[in-house]
Write a protein that binds this ligand. Structure first.
Ligand SMILES: Cc1cc2nc3c(=O)[nH]c(=O)nc-3n(C[C@H](O)[C@H](O)[C@H](O)COP(=O)(O)OP(=O)(O)OC[C@H]3O[C@@H](n4cnc5c(N)ncnc54)[C@H](O)[C@@H]3O)c2cc1C
Length: 451
């Protein structure tokens, strides 16, 4: 260990309420996330390991860590549960990984608005359980909701179960405010309102250490899960779109192509070898779904109340579909995109002609700025980076908006453009560029971080 590191550890050990993790195997494990879904990222990130990991227990210890990182000019990468897919929580330039999972208190519930103030390290599963006591639930959940933190979701996620109604995390109205610690000459805990929070929302922890969040919640409903069997991908898409525009409450609407269904856990596959539409709605909404199925002459199977099922359909949607495919064959990777409105099948058909069953289709119904749309997380049989780039080009030419999961930066995984407000916030709250260096394209890396 270098003398610089020994001095650093000496300083860190003086902080109250801070766990320091130095064991190599633990530091290695806590320097990784689920980037291995991308062979491109796997190649880039496998050797990226922090010098050490710290776990603060309160806001004061967070501030003290920020002070020491400033003093030593040492990179600081934040971590919730490390379930991200883009290598968001992987330290590219060594330094400290700070895991936020011990800051996990639910601080306030506001009955008049349904807003909840929660510390960033709270697990979304725990938060949802607590909200139930107030007759509320989270609007948006990643399919990793049982293990992911709310801070990690806001800083690194985008949407998921609930996006059919509530859109994406960055849509106005989902995040109401946050508190974050800065990393500058005198680190401070600052409070941000909804507008001021925007640059920190989905910034991979590059411009502030989020300690708590104020988020909007929904009325808790009993969600029922139903599976529809359908032949023909075009007709399957038409049925899902008919369901998503009906006057009913919906939590989820997805399509899995039959070759994907074949690879899902045995409880889910069912008997019929067909494409499947997966829907979560209220019991009242299910009646309408059943009517739609009758009109289209397709079979549906009501599984029951999602919360009471041993295996719920939340386990096979969003990126959990990719997880199950990869459990069978690690050569499956994936892409994420918003399909062109009303040209979804044309795009799929065109790609099928070129790439055959190297691409299997998994669609998710979402609301984009209030408009029902279809997103896709197709699983792709990996051949090479060139193949992935060609597929991306093909999709873009056909009108899809790509959220590329094979790149490291906030911008690359998003709309591909630099958000000047995110960069301005970094300049103000992290002027030395210590937070998660290398992940914000709009910020030039300082020489001292060159590996
Ligand atoms: C099988 C599978 C399914 C998934 N499904 C979805 C899905 O449906 N929707 C979706 O959006 N994502 C999904 N993901 C990605 C990921 O699980 C979620 O985004 C999750 O919410 C991340 O939470 P986390 O606590 O694991 O965050 P981490 O992975 O630990 O961190 C994510 C990012 O947030 C930053 N961060 C963490 N805590 C803080 C903090 N306190 N302050 C500032 N920055 C912070 C980290 O530095 C990192 O950049 C999936 C991943 C897998 C493997």
């Amino acid at each position: 260990m270098s003398s610089r590191n020994s001095k650093l550890i000496e300083q860190l050990k003086k902080i109250d309420n801070l766990e320091i993790i130095e064991r190599t195997s633990d530091v290695k494990r806590l320097s990784k996330d689920f980037y291995n879904y991308s062979p491109i990222l796997e190649k880039k990130l496998d050797g990226c390991i922090a010098d050490l990991v710290v776990r603060p227990i309160d806001q004061n210890s967070v501030k003290k860590v920020a002070e020491i990182c400033w003093e030593f000019s040492i990179p600081l990468t934040l971590r919730g549960s490390g379930t991200g897919n883009y290598g968001q929580a992987v330290p590219l330039f060594k330094g400290i990984v700070m895991q936020m999972n011990c800051l996990n208190k639910i601080e306030e519930f506001h009955p008049e608005t349904g807003f909840v103030k929660v510390q960033s390290g709270c697990l979304m599963g725990d938060l949802n359980k607590e909200l139930e006591k107030y007759g509320r639930e989270l609007r948006l959940l990643p399919s990793t909701w049982k293990t992911a933190t709310i801070g990690g979701f806001i800083a690194g996620g985008s949407g998921g179960i609930g996006s059919i109604r509530w859109g994406f995390l960055r849509d106005p109205g989902n995040l109401i405010g946050l508190e974050a610690v800065t990393i500058n000459e005198e680190p401070k805990l600052l409070r941000f309102d909804a507008e001021e929070s925007e640059p920190l929302n989905h910034a991979y922890g590059t411009n502030g250490i989020i300690t708590s969040l104020l988020i909007a919640t929904d009325i808790k409903r009993k969600w029922y899960s139903i599976i529809i069997d359908c032949e023909g991908l075009n007709k399957t898409i038409e049925i899902l779109k008919t369901c998503t525009t009906a006057a009913i409450d919906l939590k989820l609407g997805a399509i899995l192509e039959k070759e994907i269904v074949d690879q899902m856990p045995s409880w889910f596959k069912g008997k019929s070898k067909s494409h499947k539409i997966l829907i979560q709605s209220t019991l009242g909404g299910i009646k309408t779904i059943e009517l739609i199925c009758k009109k289209y002459e397709v079979n549906s199977f009501l599984l029951g109340e999602e919360d009471k099922l041993t295996n719920g359909i939340s386990e096979v949607v969003w990126n959990h579909t990719t997880l199950h495919m990869r459990a069978k064959d690690k050569n499956w990777t994936y892409l994420q995109m918003l399909l062109p409105l009303d040209k979804e099948f044309e795009l799929i058909n065109s790609l099928r002609e070129k790439w055959g069953k190297n691409i299997l289709w998994h669609l998710e119904a979402v609301s984009q700025q209030g408009v029902p749309r279809l997103a896709a997380l197709p699983v792709i049989k990996w051949h090479s980076s060139d193949q992935i780039n060609q597929i991306i080009d093909n999709c873009k030419k056909l009108g899809a908006i790509i959220f590329n999961p094979h790149v490291l930066t906030v911008e690359g995984g998003g709309l591909g453009v630099i958000d000047s407000d995110q960069v301005k916030a970094k300049l103000k709250f992290d002027p030395k560029g210590l937070l998660n260096p290398g992940k914000l394209q709009g910020w030039e890396i300082k020489d001292e971080f060159n590996i």
